[in-house]
Design a protein around this ligand. Sequence first.
Ligand SMILES: C[S@@+](CC[C@H](N)C(=O)[O-])C[C@H]1O[C@@H](n2cnc3c(N)ncnc32)[C@H](O)[C@@H]1O
Length: 376
Amino acid sequence: MNNCLTLPAPSLREDLSGYATALRSVLRLKPAHQRELHYAVADLSRALTTERGGMKVNYWSTPRNASAYLHFYLPWNLYRLAWLLPSLQLDLRDGDTILDLGSGPLTLVQALWLTRPELRDRKLTFICSDIAPKPLDTGRLLLEALMGQKSSQSNWNIMLERAPLEKALRNNFGKARLVCGANMLNELRAGRGQTLEDRMEELALAMTDACTDDGEILFVEPGTRLGGKMISLLRLGLLDHDMFPYAPCTHDAMCPMLDQGSTGWCHFNAPADNAPAWLMELTNRARMDRKNVSLSFVHAGRTKPAYDRDEVRVLSDPIRLPEKVDTARYACSERGLTLLHKALRFPSGAAVEVDWPETPVVDAKSRAQEVSPRKR
Ligand SMILES: C[S@@+](CC[C@H](N)C(=O)[O-])C[C@H]1O[C@@H](n2cnc3c(N)ncnc32)[C@H](O)[C@@H]1O
């Protein structure tokens, strides 16, 4: 995978713009609610960002919160997924089952419909599971609005399952060609007497068990410190069960972000300015600033890829180094965190071939190995 994030194609951007129609036709907001939607979005956002002590904000518990989620977070999640899904090597075939955990309003399934039109004709079964039943029902209606028909008339068999994720994984032992989820791992907490690492290790085993022999795993999280940590821990757990990262990692060595001394986390950024105008307008009215979107993800499977030891994955935004004219970026490699010089032209998520210096040079501040792109 050369670049894990790509600008959504014009037709996809158009479909995302048209998503407002699906929302309107399914959710039918009363004019008074429509007028105060931006306040509901701002309140929900505040509640989510000031969340303390593991107290979960339940956005499905009140119609106002649910509406804010569906009109704001859901379309932003679709936009972020629209940067990622088109270039992922997902080879889903007729008869495959996809298990979506913490599916909410079927965001990931809707995103697959929008971003991977070649899948629309395949006979796929989606098991969409969540602890909250209401968003699952709403999600199916939204998906049907996109399909322009009842899902029962389409090639996609949509099954809704109300269950905590561990139960959904047990119920579907050995069935799933793809076990996936979006924006849900960061909601999980360690059980009593457990570390977060233990929980992710247990989950990684349960996910692996839910897979078919050729099954794969895909999780996408917000590009926050917590989202990135959950992805790195999941990757670690998956490796313990012989699931190898296909993307974004260019190696199956230790994730440098789990290093005790690491201050960063694995995430990729993309500009927000190609998001639908109506979504930008709602965002501005809610007085929320969106210049970028950011995500962390892992896609893994049982076949070990032929990793290229000279390839690094560009992580962050550019950094200007004191006393240097060139612009550098942090990147991930088999050798750990690297500081990639002359990196201005590479976007976040790019895979870059490098020439390792014969004697390693280590950046004093970050402890990253310094490296330059291979000269063509
Ligand atoms: C932030 S929402 C994400 C929904 C959707 N995947 C998306 O990307 O928009 C997280 C979802 O995870 C669900 N969830 C949280 N904890 C869960 C658990 N232990 N088992 C199953 N679902 C869970 C919540 O009910 C919620 O719908």
